[in-house]
Design a protein around this ligand. Sequence first.
Ligand code: NI
Ligand code: MN
Length: 224
Amino acid sequence: MIKLLYYGHSCFLIETNKNRILIDPYFTGNPKTKINPNEIIADHILVSHAHFDHIGDAVAIAKKNNATIIGVYEIINYCSKQGASGFAMNIGGSHTFEFGDVQLTPAFHSSSLPDGSYGGLACGFLIRIQNKLLYYAGDTALSCEMKLIGEMNNVDVALLPIGDCFTMGPVDAAQAVEYIKPNVVIPMHYNTLPQIEQDPEDFADKVGDLSRVIVLGYGDTYEL
Ligand code: NI
Ligand code: MN
């Protein structure tokens, strides 16, 4: 059993029988978050890129839980300097962790660390756990690479940004669904800031019968 819990913006917790994998832990400063990051329990933390709304509380949570941060080399280097343990990867690379396999996918987006330094390339993740495949796109534009992801994999659940302005919007995200061909798509990265106000039901209309759109509210869980 795999549970996917949505903490708003682009933050999710994947819960299995043995592991708790947090993705892009943006709690502090997140206007939609009611949870204190000190309450979060996780053993692995995936960080898609270095912007504050994604790296967020990763270092603090990793140190408190003795969790491993997974991301590109530049982000792991930054987190390690602050005393958190991490596992560095880069775009295209895969690694098997105790919870499953992670591959870093391309994302068309910028990435700078909170101190202004270079954050490496932004990425997404293909996460295989218990024969289920999740594609977490991160912050990204629509790209042809998504077509390749759809051709090479059977994606069970795709987590796609729909907010527009900083990432693809609903029209491009619906095209991404056509490329990726996931069984289920969950929209993210919307309604946290005024610039990314979107109606997820409008996105669901655009996707139509290409896939099943599940709109998760804050704190909602989806079971795979
Ligand atoms: Ni970003
Ligand atoms: Mn973002």
